[in-house]
Structure formats: structure tokens, C-alpha cells
Design a protein around this ligand. Structure first.
Ligand SMILES: Cc1cc2nc3c(=O)[nH]c(=O)nc-3n(C[C@H](O)[C@H](O)[C@H](O)COP(=O)(O)OP(=O)(O)OC[C@H]3O[C@@H](n4cnc5c(N)ncnc54)[C@H](O)[C@@H]3O)c2cc1C
Length: 466
């Protein structure tokens, strides 16, 4: 089949940041690119909202600076965006102790809550002397081995004790990765820390190798105006390079047919030499199931879908008492705290560009629901209660001026297919990209997506890349 018989050289399903980055790079390399996006807007989990006419991020609002992926993309694509660092206030943790719930600064020199020095004063303040001593004893244990890695929760409990798990590691894991520590493995969440820890035989020694002296939450960057602008500008740049981006156009199935691939849409099939599925995990699983490999159990799927959802609620409030940034950039909430939120961001305390756009005495808070399906973050009274609980500053419902929210149905990353199936799919020209395979966060998603796009240019006549 000649390439003229195809609707596109490359069809990308999903216009999140992964899909857009691939669309941009592949179109720039001269490929005929079509992007199919189910929603009526691009960006996926990078999403704009407004309160009282002020735009802000209600999805991803930063990127980790542990890779240069986002900065490189902006520079290479020539996007008119300005990178910024967050204000230096750092994040806090609200946890429960003998005296009730209290916010304390997240300790420096920790990685995913694992401290380089469990006896440092900022760690002892959260774990207490006994919890800290138990964690410090990890160095005396027999060396950590890579074989038979248990869940992160079991690993921490066994090596560092239950207090470190309950007060630091599990709250951070839930807040950053939207999953409890008993549902994940360290080697997947933080491969570098895992490698360093195994090499040294100790989790604490691994944390020493990886931790920086920055305030917790400081190793991130942002974009003036909001991260949503990255999606908007990247889509414009991809379109300017010739990529066709169709919104409101869900892919219904992806089927290999000989040396071409058919992507079914409501308007009929689109044919391409290659397809990248850059949706969330459950959408990718559903699309790739259509090839007839696996049936689905609707009850289990519905349960799983609920567990994969993430809800963010934003509130604009009036209150001069917040001018002093009582919890820095925000708080992470430990599971035992009686709150409907697992994290709160004081958005204008974190991002000076946002503070500049708000009138004096106005503050913007973003809260991530602990359970996307549970009530407790709807009304101004709910929000006033939660913000007061988590910041320690009393707030009246009448001072909650506006509330808006977003639900992300497919936000928790996990492999949609096993490695063998992934290789098989790649052999027939169907590739996976995005957080589902690269891991959560733009610092992982962007470099992975761009490496995949580059592999297409360097192997344009071969489909054997995974
Ligand atoms: C509330 C929240 C806050 C976050 N904060 C941060 C942060 O501050 N920093 C950070 O680095 N990361 C953050 N993340 C994670 C980060 O946003 C994601 O890892 C990243 O944006 C994923 O990008 P993606 O392109 O892989 O997928 P997505 O953004 O999920 O995009 C997938 C796209 O595919 C589309 N789609 C799905 N099914 C179909 C179909 N059948 N046909 C066509 N299109 C389809 C969807 O509509 C969507 O637009 C956050 C995530 C959430 C939910």
C-alpha cells in the first residue's frame, strides 16, 4: 500500500500532553499526523478553569524538574511560554498526633517521604522520637534485595516501621500518585531511588543518594499563566506544523489490518501506517481490548473506574489572615485526619504570577478529594470547614466567594497491557504513550513521548520498536 492510500502516516489517540508532544515532533519531521481527541478540548489532565474571570490550573499545575523534558519541549518547539519556580514557602503535612491534627513543614532531605536522616529535627517532629528511632534502625537490617519486591507499604513497614509509613510515605504516595502505598511498588514509582537503595542495601542510604536539601515540593517548575497554556500552545504549534487535531472525536476501536491500522470513529475508520494510543490507562485498555484479546466484566470495570477517578475542587476566598501563607504552598493530608481532602494547594501562595492577578485579600485554594465519589467538598460551608481545618485559619462560609470543580475519570496510571502484548502491538504498528506507560507526571510523560516520536523518524520503514 502506498502512503497516499492512507489518511495519515500517524494517528494519535488522545490529545493530552503526550499525544500533543508526539504530534508536534512527528509533524515537524514531515509525517502526516492526525490526532483524535474524545473531549471538546485538548490537554487531558492539564486543564484550565476560571473563577471570577481569573484563569488557573484545575489539573496538573507544575512539572518536576528531575528531568529537563518540559523545558526542552518548550525550547525546541519555540513555545511562547515563560518558566517559573514556585515561591520558596514549601509544602506542609497535616497529620494526627497525641494532640490532634496539626500542620508541620514537610521535612527536607526526604524522597517520597523516606528520610535521608530519620533523626533530623524536622523528621522527629512528624514521626516522634520512637518512630524516628525505628526508621533509623533500618541501616542495621540485612541488606535490601531486589528480588521479591513487596508493595511499598510492606517494604516501608518491614524496614522502617509503621509510623514512617502512616505519617509520611503513605500520605505522600496517595497525594502524588493517587494510590495507597499498598497498591504500588517503589521500583515503579521511583526507579532511581529503588536502584540506589538496592545498590547500597538500604532505603535510607538510597534516600541519602537521591535527596536534595530543597524544601519539600520545591523541585518543580511552572508556567506563567498556568500549565494549561502548555497544552494550548503545543496544540497550536503542532497544527502550524501540519498536524490535524480533531476534538470531540473519540476513537472507538483500533484494529490492525495487514500493513495498515484502522481506527474507528463515529465518522468512519481512519487508516494509518502507525497509531499511538496516548489515552489514560482504562481508555487504552478498552481500546486495545477491541482486538478481541479479553472480555470485560462490567461490574468490576465500574468499581475500577471509580477508584481511578480524581476530583479537584477550587475555591476563591476572602481573608486577610491568609496573606501570611500559613501553610506555605499547601498541605498534604495524612489518612487519619478527618478531612474529605488528601491535599490542599494555596495556589496564589505557590505561584507569584497568580498572586499578581488576584485582588488584595483574595486567595485561591485547590483541594484534591480523598475519594472522588464521596461528598464533603461541594458547598461553601464544606470548603470553609476544610480550608480552616487544613490551614488552622478560621473561615466563614460567607467568605467563600466562588467554587468550581473538575473530575478526571481516568487519572491513575497503570500498565494497560502486559509487556508481551505491548511488544506484539508495537510489531503491528500500535504504540502506547503517556502516563499509562511512562509513569505519572509531565517529567516522565514528555521525554517518553518525544523519544517515541523520534524513533518513528529514525525507523520510518520498520515497525519493530516497542
Ligand atoms: C488533578 C491532577 C493534578 C496533577 N498534577 C500534576 C502536576 O502538578 N505535575 C505533574 O507533573 N503531573 C501532574 N498530574 C499528572 C499529569 O497530569 C499526567 O501524568 C499527565 O498530564 C498525563 O498526560 P497524558 O498525555 O499521558 O494523558 P492525559 O492527560 O490523560 O490525556 C489523555 C487524553 O486522551 C483522551 N482520550 C481518552 N480516551 C480517548 C478515546 N477513546 N479517543 C480519543 N481520545 C481519548 C482524553 O480525553 C485525554 O484528553 C496531575 C494529574 C491530575 C489528575
Amino acid at each position: 500500500m502506498s502512503s497516499a492510500d492512507l489518511d495519515a502516516d500517524l494517528v494519535i489517540v488522545g490529545a493530552g500532553i503526550a499525544g500533543l508532544a508526539i504530534a508536534h515532533d512527528a509533524a515537524r519531521a514531515g509525517q502526516r499526523v492526525m490526532v483524535l481527541e474524545a473531549a471538546d478540548r485538548v490537554g487531558g489532565l492539564v486543564r484550565r478553569a476560571e473563577v471570577c474571570g481569573i484563569p488557573f490550573d484545575i489539573g496538573a499545575e507544575s512539572f518536576a524538574t528531575r528531568t529537563s523534558g518540559v523545558a526542552d519541549l518548550i525550547a525546541d518547539a519555540g513555545l511562547p511560554l515563560t518558566l517559573v519556580a514556585p515561591a520558596p514557602g514549601g509544602a506542609h503535612l497535616v497529620t494526627t498526633g497525641e494532640t490532634g491534627s496539626f500542620p508541620a513543614p514537610l521535612p527536607r532531605r526526604t524522597v517520597l517521604g523516606i528520610p535521608a536522616d530519620p533523626l533530623a529535627a524536622d523528621v522527629v517532629r512528624i514521626l516522634g522520637p520512637d518512630g524516628s528511632a525505628r526508621a533509623a534502625a533500618e541501616r542495621m537490617l540485612p541488606p535490601l534485595r531486589a528480588a521479591d519486591e513487596p508493595s511499598l507499604a510492606a517494604l516501608i513497614t518491614e524496614r522502617c516501621g509503621p509510623v514512617l509509613l502512616a505519617r509520611l510515605v503513605d500520605p505522600l504516595c496517595r497525594s502524588i500518585y493517587s494510590q495507597p502505598a499498598d497498591a504500588v511498588r517503589l521500583s515503579r514509582l521511583h526507579p532511581v531511588l529503588w536502584r540506589e537503595a538496592v545498590e547500597r542495601g538500604s532505603l535510607l542510604a538510597g534516600a541519602v543518594a537521591c535527596a536534595t536539601d530543597d524544601r519539600a515540593g520545591a523541585a518543580v517548575g511552572g508556567i506563567v499563566g498556568g500549565m494549561w497554556r502548555l497544552a494550548a500552545e503545543l496544540a497550536s504549534a503542532a497544527a502550524a506544523r501540519g498536524a490535524r487535531i480533531r476534538t470531540g472525536a473519540p476513537a472507538l476501536a483500533v484494529n490492525p489490518h495487514g500493513d495498515r491500522i484502522a481506527v474507528d470513529t463515529a465518522d468512519g475508520p481512519v487508516r494509518a501506517a502507525r497509531v499511538v494510543v496516548a489515552t489514560g490507562t482504562s481508555a487504552a485498555r478498552a481500546l486495545l481490548d477491541q482486538t478481541g484479546r479479553r472480555g470485560s466484566d462490567s461490574e468490576t470495570d465500574a468499581d475500577a473506574a471509580g477508584a481511578l477517578a480524581v476530583r479537584v475542587v477550587a475555591a476563591l476566598v476572602a481573608g486577610a489572615a491568609f496573606d501570611d501563607d500559613p501553610v506555605g504552598s499547601g498541605v498534604i493530608v495524612a489518612p487519619g485526619v478527618p478531612s474529605a481532602a488528601k491535599a490542599l494547594t494555596h495556589a496564589n501562595a505557590k505561584w507569584p504570577w497568580l498572586a499578581d492577578t488576584l485582588p488584595a485579600g483574595r486567595h485561591l485554594f485547590r483541594l484534591s478529594a480523598r475519594d472522588a465519589r464521596a461528598p464533603g467538598l461541594e458547598t461553601p460551608a464544606d470548603l470553609a470547614h476544610e480550608i480552616a481545618l487544613l490551614t488552622g485559619i478560621p473561615l466563614d462560609a460567607a467568605d467563600v466567594l466562588a467554587v468550581t470543580s473538575a473530575v478526571y475519570a481516568d487519572a491513575v496510571a497503570g500498565a494497560p497491557v502486559d509487556d508481551r502484548r505491548r511488544r506484539e502491538l508495537a510489531g503491528s504498528g500500535i504504540h502506547l504513550a503517556g502516563a499509562a506507560v511512562a509513569g505519572t507526571g509531565l517529567a516522565s510523560v514528555v521525554p517518553h513521548a518525544r523519544a517515541l516520536a523520534a524513533s518513528f523518524s529514525s525507523t520510518s520503514h520498520s515497525r519493530s520498536i516497542a
